[in-house]
Design a protein around this ligand. Structure first.
Ligand code: T1G
Ligand code: NAD
Length: 719
């Protein structure tokens, strides 16, 4: 767990050996403590260097250990002994020094970093705070404002920034370990007291209260209801106002509160869920670790609308050459300007040069003969998409992968019109495609393992979180969204207002409630889909009983809003009103209030007071209920995949862990009981009927979410 060697006759080199990230597990802590004791007591040793194997210093505490009781030596005394020792200790930082790894570096007397190393205190992203002295030492080393920013955001910084901030003493392009040994030899005999960060006085700005107050406002605005950043601010305040030992006590109290809050569990679940999601399997037995992706050097994107542009940018910025195709000259020119602008802004932000030389624009599919992969992003129209796929089938070489960005159409039907159904898959990006991190990779029944491996790995290369899903209407994310949106509009019928529903969801943790979000996305998109699927329109409305479609309850209010030309922010009117089109400041609109009142009285609905609890239960339990059905149907492999889709594609609040984790925390028994209750009250809403899997899990004693897979395994998988 740590290798001990004597180098240059007098330097003890301690190498952490706990792959893949040298996390500070119990055996590693034990090994560090023992190695330090040996180094400090050996008279031959004049200095110590600590480094990590495989070019990675240390990724921090072992997060897997958080779930159980503490075993082995606690970290703080191990670190304190390093700092207090009478021999100089140098940290040789390569790869990463994160969390406890950074804290380990902070107790060393000197820090040498490789130029490619990244440092940070990401604990806040795990719902906790730097709890091995980081919240007390970093402000002492670099001052309150800089420490506050790093600790409350969890941002990773480069070695160069760390040097500028005074965190590291030297940055090198060479072997950091060898440099550290040389540095250690030179530091022998020099006084150490000024190098012990805990002994420094925190430079305290005169406007401390105002600074902390501003930081508090900022984090409250950014992450509603999240406790960790607020606790981080309190810990930094302690560093500014208390002696080190008292500050450490405060750090520990705050950590205990966070650890027991439930939020930390949710954040840590998200960390592992994200890493689990990449591990796909298909019914054939092919999976992430036995299927080889193809290398994609060139791609084509068809359609330069909202989605196509973002997809082109996502491909080009990771070095893939792209041919972009439009249907008309003017649209092509417009698309070209937009893509170039987006790519230039993106490059400027990242401080690199825009890869415009990788772009080509054309009106002809004939130019796609030699590309490795195509992503189709034309209108959501099956007949049009089929024509495009038939044409691609003729033009592209037989090995080219053909992917579609459809939001929910049958990927297999598209595969069926090609001469290579095994090379067809869905690559469902989210809007805006160059910003949103989620990619649903839709596995058709005929998609080959190589096709899925390639789409998944291409997504990763583009910086996306890729999740493999089955081929069903709406796939996973959009399929679950429908019953959730339905509940929100049913609640409007029954007496709620858009602002009330939004507020309940925002208090739950969403950055935007469902109506505010719909106004941002545009209401016309869903309206067009409803018209095309026969749910609304002049013919349909007259042939169906009011508020019923296909035998079920249907709320026509969203259609009525669209009929008035209210398409959301872009038209300055939607569920809310805005000062002008494009404005983002949503204000309650008396006209909507009027529309709701007239509607209710037309259908004899007596409005009732609806509690926030009912809003949350109806919207979110129904969302998870559809998630259970998706698991039953084998359209998602595990609950973690669904949660990752909601975290990265639909901004589900991270401190709630995702819809499936959230209901597991509420308690499956309670969720089942509430769904039964609501279904009884609304028997014409089938989505409220508890799913078979939910019932089965409750019958089996409500196992934790990580165990659900065992109960799903017996069911049919489409993945
Ligand atoms: N503990 C346990 N497992 C970890 C881990 C950790 N700290 N970091 C990574 N892993 C696993 C991960 O689950 C995956 O496992 C494998 O390593 C590779 O990770 C006392 C309380 C270091 C930047 O928050 O940010 O210190 O899937 O796929 O893309 O105050 O991992 O292979 O089974 O992400 O190269 C603070 C978390 C802890 C850092 C590498 N530390 N890690 O990224 O690989 S709290 C962190 C990362 C703490 C102190 C506190 C990244 C990475 P598997 P990966 P990567
Ligand atoms: P859009 O209307 O903004 O753009 C579609 C583009 O395709 C238009 O510019 C059109 O000129 C072009 N086009 C049409 N036929 C073409 C052809 N034969 N050859 C070349 N170009 C052609 O649509 P969008 O919002 O970008 O959606 C594209 C696809 O992505 C749809 O399948 C949609 O369901 C899906 N999608 C959309 C979103 C979203 O939020 N907008 C999210 C995920 C997926």
């Amino acid at each position: 767990m740590a290798r001990y060697e004597l180098v240059k006759r007098s330097v003890a080199l301690i190498t952490l050996t706990n792959p893949p990230v040298n996390a500070l597990s119990s055996p590693v802590r034990h090994a560090i403590a023992k190695s330090m004791e040996r180094a400090l007591s050996d008279p031959k040793v004049t200095a110590v260097v600590i480094c990590g194997e495989n070019g990675r210093f240390c990724g921090g505490a072992d997060i897997r250990e958080f779930a159980g009781p503490l075993r082995g030596p606690p970290l703080i005394p191990v670190l304190d002994a390093i700092e207090a020792g009478r021999k100089p200790v140098v940290a040789a930082i390569e790869g990463v020094a994160l969390g406890g790894g950074f804290e380990l570096a902070l107790v060393c007397h000197y820090r040498i970093a490789h130029s490619k190393a990244r440092l940070g205190l990401p604990e806040v992203t795990l719902g906790i705070l730097p709890a091995a002295g980081g919240s007390q030492r970093l402000p002492r080393l670099i001052g309150i404002p800089a420490a506050l920013e790093l600790i409350t955001t969890g941002r990773h910084i480069s070695a160069q920034e760390a040097l500028k901030l005074g965190i590291v003493d030297q940055v090198t392009d060479q072997n950091a370990c060898e440099m550290a040994v040389e540095f250690a030899l030179k530091s022998v005999g020099k006084p150490l007291s000024s190098r012990r960060v805990s002994m420094l006085t925190t430079p305290c700005p005169p406007d401390l209260d105002a600074l902390l107050e501003a930081a508090t406002m900022q984090v409250k605005k950014k992450a509603r209801g999240v406790m960790a950043p607020l606790a981080c601010i309190q810990a930094v305040r302690a560093a500014a106002t208390m002696p080190f030992s008292k500050g450490m006590k405060r750090e520990s109290e705050l950590m205990t509160t966070l650890f027991n809050s439930g939020q930390a569990q949710a954040f840590q679940y998200c960390f592992f869920a994200q890493r689990t999601a990449g591990k796909w399997t298909l019914p054939s037995g092919a999976q992430w670790n036995n299927s080889k992706p193809r290398e994609i050097r060139s791609a084509a994107v068809i359609g330069l609308g909202t989605m196509g542009r973002g997809i082109v940018v996502s491909l080009a910025r990771v070095g893939i050459s792209v041919i972009a195709v439009e249907s008309e000259k003017k649209l092509l020119e417009n698309g070209r300007q937009m893509v170039i602008g987006m790519l230039e802004r993106d490059a400027k932000r990242r401080g690199v040069s825009a890869s415009l030389n990788l772009l080509n624009f054309t009106l002809s599919l004939q130019d796609l003969k030699d590309v490795d992969l195509v992503i189709e992003a034309v209108f959501e129209d099956m007949a049009l998409k089929k024509r495009v796929f038939q044409e691609l089938s003729k033009v592209c070489r037989p090995t080219t992968l053909l992917c579609t960005n459809t939001s929910g159409l049958d990927v297999d039907a598209l595969a069926g019109v090609t001469n290579r159904p095994h090379l067809v898959a869905g690559m469902h990006f989210f809007s805006p495609a160059h910003v949103m991190k989620l990619l649903e990779v839709v596995c058709g029944p005929r998609s080959s393992s190589e096709t899925i491996a390639t789409a998944m790995s291409l997504g990763k290369k583009m910086g996306k979180v890729s999740v493999a899903v089955g081929n069903c209407p709406g796939f996973v994310g959009n399929r679950m969204l429908k019953p959730y949106l339905d509940q929100a509009t049913f609640l409007l019928e029954e007496g709620a207002t858009p602002e009330q529903i939004d507020k309940a969801l925002e208090d739950f943790g969403f950055a935007m409630g469902v109506f505010r979000m719909s106004d941002l996305a545009g209401l016309d998109v869903g309206w067009r889909v409803r018209k095309e699927s026969g749910l609304t329109g002049p013919d349909v409305d007259s042939k169906n009983p009011p508020r019923r479609r296909q035998g079920h309850r249907y709320c026509p209010i969203p259609d009525m809003v669209c009929e008035q030309g209210r398409f959301g922010q872009k038209t300055g009117r939607g569920w809310y009103m805005y000062d002008k089109p494009g404005d983002t400041n949503a204000k309650p609109d008396p006209l909507i209030q009027n529309l709701l009142e007239t509607y209710r009285s037309r259908y004899g609905i007596q409005p009732r007071n609806i509690s926030d609890q009912e809003i949350i239960e109806r919207c979110l339990f129904v969302l998870a209920n559809e998630g259970f059905r998706i698991l039953e149907d084998g359209m998602a492999a595990r609950p973690e995949d669904i949660d990752v889709i909601y975290l990265f594609g639909y901004a589900f609040p991270r401190h709630r862990g995702g819809p499936m984790f959230y209901v597991s925390m509420v308690g499956l028994e309670r969720v089942l009981e509430r769904l039964e209750y609501y279904h009884q009250a609304h028997p014409d809403v089938p989505h409220l009927e508890p799913s078979a899997l939910l019932k089965k899990l409750v019958a089996c004693g409500s196992p934790p979410v990580q165990k659900w897979r065992e109960y799903i395994k017996t069911m049919h998988s489409h993945l």
